[in-house]
Ligand binder design. Sequence first.
Ligand code: ACM
Ligand code: ZN
Length: 747
Amino acid sequence: MIIRFLVGFILTAFSQQVIAQCSIIPTPSSYLEVGGEHSLEKQISVVSTSLSKGNRDFLKEQLNNLFSIELITVKKKPTIQFLRSEKLNSSYEIHVGETIIITYKTDADAFYAIASLMQLIDEKAGVVTVKKCEISDSPQFQWRGLHLDVARHFFTVDEVKRYIDLMAFYKFNTFHWHLTDDQGWRIEIKQYPRLTEVGAYRDSTLVGHYNASPRVYEKKKYGGFYTQEEIKEVVAYAAQKYVTVVPEIELPGHARAAIAAYPELSCTEQFLPVPGLWGVFDDIFCSKPETVQFLKNVLDEVVELFPADYIHIGGDEAPKERWNHCEKCEKVISENGLADAHELQSYFIQQMDDYLTAKGKKIIGWDEILEGGLSTNAAVMSWRGEEGGIEAANQKHNVVMSPTTYCYFDYYQSGSADEPLAIGGFLPLEKVYNYSIVPKEITAIAKKYILGGQANLWTEYIEDFEQVEYMVYPRALALIQNLWSKNKVNYNDFLAVFSTYQEPLLQKMKVNYSRSVYLPELKISRTENGVEYTFVSKRNEELKLTKETNRFDMGIGLQIGELEGNSYESQRTIFQLEEGYSINLKSSFLPKPIKYTFKNHSGLGLPVQLITKPHPKYSTNGDLTLVDGVVGARPWKGDQWLGFNEKETEIIVDLPENNVTEITVGFLDAKGSWIYLPQSIVLLVEDENGVWKKSKEVFITEEYQKIDLSVKAKRLKFKVISIDEIPKGNEGAGFQPWTFIDEIIIK
Ligand code: ACM
Ligand code: ZN
């Protein structure tokens, strides 16, 4: 087998063509360059009878922070004119000519116009200019949300304000503040002081991934909470930036912190500590009237603090284990003529809905609240896919789209081994960009119930605010294109605008945004005798390959530009000598070299037939994934594995001509993600008549299952048999577990 490295100096998205696009993200509804530039002096003034003090302060602060321009009150000729007009056809218009004229409808629109203007200003060698242009702009969706989980890790008031600053600058308008969860209760409730005295702190925290075995904990007190004064401060701060704060008080599940404070709220009424482990816990709020009253009392205080129309009541991931064995819950079921615990969940939510509705609020909850019947005024946040959103909209309920596949910013954003630990999944920038908020299957009537969408940032694996920014940016810029822009440009143009105009701004704002988008794309394809790796540059730059192992002799610091035809065929002998090898790829756009590790084996590039189809979510590179020499990363990232969700998975692999003595099959054991080692593999060989004969059955005991064998056959069939169902006491108990495979290593 040979492996060929091709290093493509292929200019894709970031080529230095003349960019005619507008520098603003989200892209405005219309943008017209009229030629020429308006230059800005170091002191400018505005004229307006209508601009609010808050917006004037925002303009002043932005000009000063980003461009060291001073906004002064008196000047003969004003630089910017603000005009309020109720009759405008759009939210705002910007005219840049000899003067800058901004027309807007509401104060929020003036704020957005200022944010846009900041993105039009260009600074080169101390000279500050604005291209002469005409802009007209309005948003597409009314709910443009970003969520932050402050329960798993706590973020200070200043950090939360910073989160709001950045989101507002990019025209997000809804901050979903996830204030309570198993691992911490973060909002002061005056009637129940123990919620924060006890519930805001845990004694230990999981270190490393949930799927690690054994699990390791840091035994240190961790926690924090916001006083009601601090909450008011944040809400008022957000309002100045036209951001509505929607609080989430999780119920009936994810309630362990509250139960630690007041054990009588649960079914067993036993003391349980605030857990330092992530996941879904069986102990939830009991459905008895006393707990319902407690929650109403909590909501009384919450409602006073948050002027938002909506209060988020959670509703997700509430196992019915305790409810099914609780006399008090049984009583609620029988007294209210409910069929089972699922209807009990619906009844529970209904009581919250009625209570909040009477107080002039509306509830929003995760899509599980659809189960057992949806209460009248409830809005649904569709997270387990798009189906919940479609169903809710069909039932004429408002919907916020936030499906994991496109909107979970706690997922990995690249397949690089250097990404900081994350929960799993794979959500690169391009995937966020290509998301369409309105599900394809939805009817025209149901469509109008889609309020918008949001990204969620769960923080199990996000310990500090730097990492919050890393996970959210630049993916939030891709999402806002879908939420705001009626004139979304294609992905490559977006990338060009991002790197040319937005990165300098993000750097000025000191945002710790991820550069993962600049990782060269590793393309793997089959060749006659193996596989070929091509690194495609994402920037107008030369890639460098440097030597990592002694045997992998490509020359130290070899410039790709020096390679003839931009390709390089490695010497075969090198790979016959050593099984594993790695290379470092350096790029001036990345903070450190990126390491790629490959595994050489006799099966590279051999034909593979997937009789059982992998799930579309986990089949990025198709059958080649199994024989591409890239061994699936751990913790797992979605693009390097094939994921199957069947009892039996059948795969046929063509074998090399020489004798095969050993096969190692890589499986993933990631129980928290519902991924289990299979029970066994049955190997079958094909006889001369094309009949498959069982050759061996091997029980799976480890992630890299070695199978000794001696076969001389053209093809080998693997029948991978999963365990029956996810065992009790685990996440996803009772469901079919996933089987994740990579790679099939042949000797
Ligand atoms: C969720 O991610 N459990 C809403
Ligand atoms: Zn109960």
